[in-house]
Design a protein around this ligand. Sequence first.
Ligand code: CTP
Ligand code: MG
Length: 228
Amino acid sequence: MDVVALVPAAGRGTRLGAGVPKALVPVLGESLLLRAVRGLLDSGSVHHVVVAAPPDQLGRMGRELAELGDRVQVVPGGDERTDSVRAALDAAERFVPTAEVVLVHDAARAFTPAEVVRAVVAEVAAGACAVVPVLPVADTVKRVDEDGTVLSTVDRSPLRAVQTPQAFTPEVLRDAYACSRDVATDDAGLVERAGHPVRTVPGHSHALKITTSFDLAVAETVLAPAHD
Ligand code: CTP
Ligand code: MG
């Protein structure tokens, strides 16, 4: 079963504030991008990767990934994450027209364990059309009004926090992107809105999205040493 992963890496990393696009930020000498893409390929479940890069960083990201060979292609991303995924999806249709599963995976989740990658692919192989890795919500959740006064405590037992990689059949992801021009932070959200069922599999704490300097410190002290 041919599997292609789309890796949106065209964000600016404003919240991290490293002065370079977040995907190029090194953790113990290796960029988040190289770690994320190699992690997908090394899982054994992903055969091709299409990376969406900032248009002014195409060459730099291509060089960053050169050691992984011709299974990886880099294309220009867009202003919003959805634009970047859309550009990668268009390229993947040309690059890997035989793909039976399409993953979407944030470059910023560079330490995702192989078992999570394998689990989402296996669920699509078993017949699901859309699959997301999830974790239970650890904190108590409150609904508040505009002034910040608590209105109620939400029952968190049915709530889940969503990670990537998310896996789809090509038809369903294409349909979701054809149905919507909305900006979404989560591809499964577009798939839901297009009316398709979305399954869940267990996520992993190491698949956290590196967003802030605190997350980067966790990556440097906990995730990368455990990974290497
Ligand atoms: N992304 C993208 N294209 C965009 C915006 C985001 O490909 N126009 C990617 C990022 O590179 C990242 C993933 O989507 O791998 C998740 O986005 P986020 O964590 O928000 O990264 P940034 O947008 O780079 O960070 P920030 O929002 O702090 O600027
Ligand atoms: Mg962002």
